[in-house]
Design a protein around this ligand. Sequence first.
Ligand SMILES: [Zn+2]
Ligand SMILES: [Zn+2]
Length: 394
Amino acid sequence: MTTTEDRVSALRPQLEAWRRWLHQHPELSFQEFETAKYIVSELNKLPDLQVSQLTPTSVLAVLKGGKPGKTVLLRADIDALPIHEENTFEFASKTPGVMHACGHDGHTAILLGTAKLLSEDAANVPGEIRMIFQHAEENGPGGAEELVMETSLMDGVDVVTGLHLNSQLPAGQVAVKAGPFMASPDMIELTIQGRGGHGAHPEEAVDPIAIGAQVVTNLQHVVSRHVGAQDALVVSITYFQSGSTHNVIPDTARIMGTVRTFDPELRQKAPKLIERVIKGVCEAHGATYVLNYEFGYRPLINTDWVAEELRQIALDTVGAGHFSEAKATMGGEDFSAYLEKAPGAYFNVGSGSDEHDSRWPHHHPRFTIDELSLETGVKMMHAAALRLAQPQAN
Ligand SMILES: [Zn+2]
Ligand SMILES: [Zn+2]
């Protein structure tokens, strides 16, 4: 009797082959045509899967198990980033300026491996396992939103899970957390309209730089004086552009920044708090403004019971020595869109090691993974599918 452990070990060369092909052929968000074609052709080699495309650059594989059970959605994202790869290994990106620098090549290989294990043992699989190879995680409004809102993907789904590799965790480690996990990455874009003039006569101008500086400073008071210390809110001004030379007061200043929180209620209140500051400062100094406030992905809040199941699965699969409690991060993730429709939880699999020089941060031109993490990912996704699809799960 071969164990899952043995089956995953035997799968390792195939997992590497998938991941390395994908790594060599990265495609940007909403342009994953060759990636989707590759995934379809690999899935078509497996028995008992229904393979279809709900959008032009995503792929859905459905496995109807031989036993009664629930419908579980497993998700991998498949897109790459506009980064020029600096790695020199033989499977580095073949496309200048585009790179799998977030590990989505690994996520895709992991879900292909999971599909292979499940489909080869379909008679013993409970329920229905849907595996979505999702496009465009890296670029808003995101592929998840499109799949959730505009297709039948989520119809009848009882529970959803997915993972992200994490270069800051040791390869082979699994980290899970109940509740708030990732933040809502919202965006502000502000133009302050002053009145330009001679640098010698500020009294005749309305200086958008001086006013903009006040706005930036006062926005920090939204965080420190209008939001409780327990409710995490980040306001970071990341762009301030104005003026062209030393003796001219410019007409306008452009300011951009990011606003992030885990709290859906605070998220709804934040635009009002922020605009009140901008309006007050601008009016006080005689300027006008145009504010564009854009909501990004929702905060990712794991369902408690699903996170608890994943914790148990991790303890059973990798053991307590390779398990850690995940830390919430202010990063964003469109996996949150699925959680609007079904309970679920997202988790991390460590991919960092010195041996494989894979501790570079995500989105870095030297980013890579220790491929041991592919095995860990498959073990986790496979076990999660089987356990969450049990008829009595929750
Ligand atoms: Zn990313
Ligand atoms: Zn990512």
